[in-house]
Ligand binder design. Structure first.
Ligand SMILES: *[C@@H]1O[C@H](CO)[C@@H](O)[C@H](O)[C@H]1NC(C)=O
Ligand SMILES: *[C@@H]1O[C@H](CO)[C@@H](O)[C@H](O)[C@H]1NC(C)=O
Ligand SMILES: *[C@@H]1O[C@H](CO)[C@@H](O)[C@H](O)[C@H]1NC(C)=O
Length: 296
């Protein structure tokens, strides 16, 4: 009897496991095809005007962002400046709580002009990490800070979670250092600057954090954040300063991505790879002599 019910339970679990794996593969394939089509459309369709990227009728249209109010004591915030800034302007609930994954997708799209593929992929990934349903469930901003889910060590804007339990507050000293490291026109940040700064952060974090970890996936997340600064913000430190330090969208700001379908995963990934592959501290130690990255 009890061994019978074991076989029933086990069979159903194996079948449903197989089904959800196939579903996952189909969704990923669908996203890649969809993304490619959007990238092709972006190549031929007219761009949006630089001062009219956010569509009419959405917060930020014509550069008019809803009023900025910093987080209050009971508000939920997270390690991601882009999501915190949306909450600080009330584009997401100011409390940072009970946000539907689906609503997050729309808000990211109209605020930053990421492509619909990216806007689906990331919240859907977060829902998966939290074992929730993308279509029906919601989350608080701080929920995404489960360590080594999305949040990871050697952040450019936060101290490692072993030292900073609250990942919702910017680490001012790190950010000032990042903003001062730009070598582009007017001190703007370039791809090479972000590779260099990321490498430095990884070496520093590893030296002081005895639980330091950074998987391949989290290295990609790390370089994805850098790529957001380079693409959506064009590396412009004048805009990145309030965005990173106060988690505020500057008056009149519009995403630097003027492509009509927004920044696709394909285009984004090419910047991610350039940042990540340019990190010389990731070379095998026999090439760099020591881990400090002092040799060049
Ligand atoms: C990238 O963003 C995640 C999520 O907000 C954050 O936890 C992580 O530390 C960031 N990484 C870097 C390198 O800034
Ligand atoms: C660099 O920064 C300036 C001022 O902050 C900005 O106006 C300019 O567009 C930026 N240059 C580039 C190449 O992104
Ligand atoms: C882009 O990179 C992510 C990981 O960072 C990967 O999951 C995805 O398949 C890549 N997509 C494309 C279209 O290259």
């Amino acid at each position: 009897m009890s061994s019978n019910s074991f076989f029933v339970i086990a069979s159903i679990r194996i079948l449903s496991g197989l089904f959800s794996t196939l579903k996952g593969v189909a969704i990923n394939a669908g996203v890649i095809i969809w993304d490619t089509l959007l990238a092709l459309y972006n190549m031929v369709a007219p761009k949006r005007p630089a001062n009219g990227v956010t569509p009419e009728g959405y917060p930020g249209a014509n550069g008019l962002w809803p009023a900025y109010t910093p987080a209050q004591k009971d508000d939920s915030r997270c390690s991601c400046p882009a999501l915190n800034a949306m909450a600080n302007h009330g584009i997401l609930p100011h409390s940072g709580r009970a946000i539907k994954f689906k609503d997050l997708s729309t808000a990211i799209r109209t605020t930053y002009n990421f492509a619909p593929t990216f806007c689906y992929f990331v919240p859907n990934y977060i829902a998966g990490v939290l074992d929730r349903d993308y279509l029906t469930d919601s989350f608080d901003l701080s929920d995404i800070d489960v360590h080594n889910g999305i949040e990871h060590d050697a952040s450019l804007t936060r101290h490692d979670s072993i030292f900073a339990k609250d990942q919702g507050t910017p680490a001012v000293k790190l950010i000032e250092e990042l903003l001062a490291s730009g070598t582009g026109p007017n001190g703007n940040l370039t791809t090479a600057d972000l590779s260099r700064f990321s490498g430095k952060r990884r070496v520093e974090a590893k030296a002081v954090n005895h639980q330091y970890s950074l998987s391949f996936l989290h290295k990609m997340f790390s370089s994805s954040n850098s790529s957001t600064m380079l693409t959506i913000f064009g590396g412009d430190i004048k805009d990145l300063r309030p965005f990173l330090l106060e988690e505020r969208i500057p008056d009149g700001w519009q995403s630097r991505i003027t492509k009509p379908m927004g920044l696709t995963i394909a285009e984004f990934n090419s910047t991610v790879l350039r940042v990540e592959l340019g990190i010389k501290e990731e070379l095998p130690s026999s090439f760099i002599g020591d881990a400090s990255g002092k040799k060049s």
